[in-house]
Design a protein around this ligand. Structure first.
Ligand SMILES: Nc1ncnc2c1ncn2[C@@H]1O[C@@H]2COP(=O)(O)O[C@H]2[C@H]1O
Length: 616
């Protein structure tokens, strides 16, 4: 069982809707401060987390309530009087949320040097010093106390509640970045602004009408004597309709009769001009955003169309090109998705690409047992390509530069006549690998590990595959085919890491080559026999060389021994010569000079050196 102290000293992470840490309760007040126990208020919010996002989304409601209802209640006194309890309840509910929002801001962390600061002391100090704090306080000042003096029929005393509007804009900004349909959201936001503007204008029109006297002239709002106009709803709808006519500059409104009316209508027209400019700008930015997103996703057909027209290549070909572009859009195929994602950091890009493409990759038999991390790396190297009906992906005899994985669609292996289909390839299969990998004639022996991948590019011809690096077949797309393309270099790198994948590919390729009669099964055996023969020859040469070396050593020994004997004889002769000369009296024997220094063997040094050199 957990002791109370261990529970209290633990760092709590609150459950997150989508796995992000948005709200964290800590036993510490932040870096450096340790609290004895968790205070119930000891939590902090991550401003980019989900909890904060949902909180400010909730905060949009009381702010909108104050902006829409307060003006209405102020200008339509009947509305205020008829539902006083409801309004007071909603008012104080909205005030509670405003106060809670201040509490939330006192617990919302901030980023410093890219790191989230969770020290509540620092968070508090930062908020209290910020410009939003006085603003927030102003919105919760108890101005309702004026009710005691003015009575509850003057809701305008709560006008300060509208000052919380920056929080509404923040909520809208967050929503816009998170929503899957930002353009729809932008249009909805614009409509809300338009509605609030007309609403305010309508309320002010009614207030002006009341001040001038309801039904006093044709321009002001009719009074209760008109049928239906005794009800506030009818009065409101009339005012809203009237303001819509003014702000939409439809102009089908009664002529103003008094100065106040002229001024009001003129101000309305000016507001309408501003509104039109804003609406036009916003809608055109929505449209251009949409077009920009489309342009980033799909290739623009216009330049190709122009090119074909300029080169006089219209007709059937132009229609095929147009149909291909149409297919991309209709089926949401994104050939330029790498360009769309390129601004993301590599790791994040890999994760995004993996989350989109992993299900398709997993359907490829070759990849089924691969780990997610490896597939994530692979997915970044794959280029999506779409082929139209009747288009050839590769032709027999071409040099192979990439291979393909079928993501969707059907492709035919077509015979030379261009019609006969030898096989049909579908989803999860791959092709185009034979010309890229060096397929041997014989499968590797079981006791060997699978052959190591080549470090350098493959030689153009291998001993087994007689086609070398040329395509062995024509591959034609039957309908529209959605393929992943992997370049030869990337394939070599992938196979270097996965010998088992290489073995699988080689086995399939060998089988196909055998069926096509393009596998020279004897080539490798012949190569092996030649290698064996060369080995035998080398061994024989080595043996002969060893014999020669032995004989040479023996000869050298003999030579040295004869040289030694020769030197001894020469010395003996010299001795005899000296003895004879000394026996014959003094003579030229003295001319022989001083006796020479003798070596350790008794042979004179230079003589020995000379003889050794001769022997060598
Ligand atoms: N009969 C066949 N059945 C299935 N696929 C084939 C057949 N013949 C050739 N291929 C594939 O078509 C590809 C054409 O290019 P490659 O020769 O590089 O690799 C070839 C094989 O992957």
């Amino acid at each position: 069982m957990h002791s109370l102290s261990s529970l209290l000293s633990r760092r709590w992470v609150w459950p997150q809707p989508r796995g992000t840490t948005g709200l964290v309760a800590t036993a510490e007040s932040g870096a450096g401060h340790t609290w004895g126990a968790i205070a119930p208020w000891g939590w902090t919010l991550d401003p980019s987390g989900d909890w904060y996002y949902w909180w400010i989304s909730i905060m949009a409601l009381p702010i909108l309530y104050n902006w829409i209802i307060l003006i209405c209640r102020s200008c339509f006194p009947d509305l205020q009087e008829q539902h006083t309890v409801l309004w007071l309840s909603l008012d104080y509910l909205s005030d509670t949320l405003y106060l809670l929002d201040i509490a939330v801001r006192l617990h919302t962390g901030f980023l410093e040097d890219g790191i989230l600061v969770r020290d509540r002391g620092r968070i508090r100090r930062r908020y209290l010093r910020s410009t939003s704090f006085p603003w927030d306080v102003a919105t919760v000042l108890p101005t309702d106390l004026l009710y005691l003096r003015l009575g509850p029929g003057v809701p305008a005393v709560r006008a300060n509640r509208c000052l919380r509007v920056p929080r509404l804009f923040e909520a809208f900004d967050r929503r816009e970045t998170r929503t899957a349909h930002p353009n729809a959201f932008r249009v909805a936001k614009l409509m809300l602004y338009v509605f609030v503007t007309i609403h305010w204008h309508g309320c002010l029109y009614f207030a002006l009408s009341s001040w001038l006297g309801l039904g006093a002239d044709a321009w002001v709002c009719p009074n209760a004597s008109c049928p239906g106009f005794a009800r506030p709803l009818r009065q409101y709808l009339h005012s809203f309709y009237f303001s819509t006519l003014i702000l939409a500059t439809v102009g089908d409104t009664p002529e103003p009769q008094r100065e106040e009316e002229f001024l009001f209508v003129t101000a309305g027209f000016l507001l309408a001009v501003l509104g039109f400019a804003t609406i036009t700008g916003s809608i055109s930015s929505v449209i251009s955003n949409r077009n920009a997103a489309d342009a980033a996703f799909y290739p623009d057909p216009e330049p190709v169309r122009h090119y074909l027209r300029a080169r006089g290549a219209g007709g059937r070909l132009a229609r095929r090109v147009a149909r291909w572009h149409q297919h991309l859009r209709a089926q949401r195929k994104l050939p330029a998705e790498q360009a769309v994602l390129q601004h993301l950091p590599r790791g994040l890009r890999a994760e995004v690409a993996a989350s989109v493409h992993l299900p398709a990759l997993r359907r490829v038999g070759l990849f089924q047992s691969w780990e997610r991390g490896v597939l994530q790396q692979l997915v970044l190297r794959l280029r999506p390509q779409v082929f139209g009906p009747g288009e050839f992906v590769c032709r027999r005899g071409d040099v192979g530069r990439e291979m393909y994985f079928v993501r969707e669609g059907r492709l035919a292996v077509v015979a030379e006549d261009g019609i006969t289909q030898l096989a049909v390839l579908g989803e999860g299969l791959y092709f185009g690998e034979i010309s890229l990998i060096n397929i041997k004639g014989e499968p590797p022996l079981p006791r060997h590990s699978p052959p190591a991948p080549p470090a350098s590019p493959q030689p153009p011809a291998s001993p087994g595959n007689t086609s070398g690096n040329r395509r062995t077949a024509n591959i034609m797309s039957i309908g529209y085919s959605d393929l992943f393309c992997l370049s030869k270099e990337d394939l070599a790198e992938v196979l270097a890491e996965f010998p088992s994948a290489r073995a699988m590919m080689e086995a399939k390729g060998r089988e196909l080559l055998l069926r096509m009669g393009k596998l020279d099964v004897h080539a490798e055996a012949a190569a092996a026999a030649a290698a064996e023969e060369a080995e035998c020859r080398t061994q024989a040469l080595e043996t002969a060389l060893e014999g020669l070396q032995t004989r040479a050593a023996r000869l050298l020994a003999q030579l040295e021994s004869s040289a030694f004997k020769l030197a001894l004889r020469v010395e003996r002769l010299e001795c005899q010569l000296r003895q004879r000369q000394s026996a014959g009296g003094s003579g030229p024997a003295g001319g022989l000079g001083p006796p020479r220094a003798q070596g350790p063997s008794g042979v004179q040094g230079p003589t020995k050196v000379t003889l050794t050199a001769v022997a060598k």
